[in-house]
Design a binder for this molecule. Structure first.
Ligand SMILES: CCCCCCCC(=O)SCCNC(=O)CCNC(=O)[C@H](O)C(C)(C)COP(=O)(O)OP(=O)(O)OC[C@H]1O[C@@H](n2cnc3c(N)ncnc32)[C@H](O)[C@@H]1OP(=O)(O)O
Length: 184
């Protein structure tokens, strides 16, 4: 991964220990919002990612590239692939058990991804430094140990629920999302 200094954890930053209330090894992770383009089951044209954590530290999901995801004929659009990486990384911050938003997302495209390909996505945290979470992800073609087509590195920033109240719709989160205390 040719990640920049902005997505590289500073010296000494470590992945956090497992949060006691975070999903445990073997858990399925629910969608954080039914209309989310990445994971919402209620989104008519979204990616509908369903994630799980095999070990409490990494998150896995699959994304099958369809007709609606093309850039060049029969090939996945790079922005759609970046969205899938953002989403699987976003799901991995579930394990931190705090609300975060994407601050920066860097993506390497290593192989073209034809329509019909199932990408096996995996994301994990590489370090925490204050409000900053450093995360990485990869998408492998056809199998969990298939060739790597996409890699991403990201900086997520911890926010409080006021972020969603001020800029979005906190009530919609409160109605669906029970993992965070919405009125601390
Ligand atoms: C509970 C429901 C969960 C739902 C999850 C949904 C997730 C999403 O939708 S993400 C959507 C896309 N992302 C966004 O919309 C975020 C938009 N950006 C923002 O709101 C703000 O810029 C935000 C919150 C990231 C940071 O603002 P703010 O809280 O004022 O913090 P700020 O002081 O600017 O930054 C904190 C630190 O992060 C660093 N930082 C912030 N953004 C970046 C960036 N893009 N690149 C590098 N560093 C950054 C700052 O330099 C600062 O570092 P330091 O502490 O060393 O000085």
């Amino acid at each position: 991964m040719t990640r920049s200094s902005l997505t590289t954890p500073p010296p000494g930053a470590q992945p956090p220990p497992a949060h006691p209330d975070a999903p445990s090894a073997g858990s399925t992770l629910g969608s954080h919002y039914s209309k989310c383009f990445g994971c919402g089951a209620g989104h008519p044209t979204g990616l509908h990612l369903k994630a799980r954590t095999p070990d409490g530290a990494t998150v896995e999901a699959e994304f099958t590239v369809g007709e609606a995801h093309q850039g060049a004929p029969r090939l996945a659009h790079g922005g759609v692939l970046a969205t899938a990486m953002d989403e699987v990384i976003g799901m991995s911050v579930y394990l931190l058990h705090k609300p975060y938003v994407t601050g920066r997302l860097e993506t390497d495209y290593l192989l073209p991804v034809p329509v019909g390909t199932t990408l096996h996505l995996r994301a994990w945290c590489t370090g925490i430094d204050g409000r900053k979470a450093y995360l990485e992800a990869e998408g492998r073609i056809g199998a969990p140990d298939g060739p790597v087509a996409v890699r991403a590195a990201a900086l997520f920033i911890e926010v409080n629920m006021e972020h969603f109240a001020k800029h979005g719709d906190l009530a919609a989160i409160a109605a669906e999302h029970q993992d965070y205390e919405v009125n601390p």
